[in-house]
Design a protein around this ligand. Sequence first.
Ligand SMILES: [Zn+2]
Length: 303
Amino acid sequence: MSFLRACFVAFLACVAVYEPCVRAWSKEGHAMTCKIAQDLLEPEARHAVQMLLPDYAKGDLSSLCVWPDQVRHWYKYRWTSPLHFIDTPDQACNFKYQRDCHDPKGVKDMCVAGAIRNFTEQLSHYHHGSSDRRYNMTEALLFLAHFMGDIHQPMHVGFTSDQGGNAVELRWFRHKSNLHHVWDREIILTAAADYYGKDINLLQQHIQGNFTHGIWSSDLATWRKCSHISSCVNKYAAESLEMACKWGYKGVESGDTLSDDYFNSRLPVVMKRIAQGGVRLAMILNRVLAGDSLEMDETLAAT
Ligand SMILES: [Zn+2]
């Protein structure tokens, strides 16, 4: 397929299902999640990640963490597009909603929770000598790293009716934005500009300091707790939905202007979710790349 045709098909795909083409932590959010994770890798997993990364990544997982967003509308990877989020009905904030993992056509396990289970299972074959040729282990690593970021971004478990906040158009201080983008990027960039001299690395170091010796250090063991991958991803999604209700949507309507109050009260939530995504990604990699199956259901092997 020619490049132009591929672009056209990708464009049609976005239009046909009315799916917003911007739906993910920003590259900054994903990079921080992956840097935090890579710093927490134990020798065996650290070595495996180095072996799986292509040479041009120069050993830096964070340089490729946004790759699944870059390829999701390419013809070859279009099937991965629904894997970046979970569809949630509007009433979800009013009662304990049991999320159903499926894509817009109803295909089971085609959501971010199913994707994390699937790619974790694929990666667990690495320990057996990476001889299972059904899987591309490098892609499995990059997808898992990316989706662990996405599932921790509360608006990725936002409502189907407003496309996870993408359809809630508003102003972020003086410029036009939307609620999803506020959580993907605006809060992170405003924090970097206001408190860290526009240096994202300093923001990341602050986040890391909070769990190594700061306010979240006693929470680390709880964050890492995971005996079965299915229940763990369900927990991460439930946390995100709760935060989307309590902090994302609450008090916000289309046409609003969000500024200092919203920013100051939500920044700690964004920082915590990036920290949790990184810590838990490291936990999964440390375990599956060292031979712990995380008690995966074998029937989830192929997607
Ligand atoms: Zn994504």
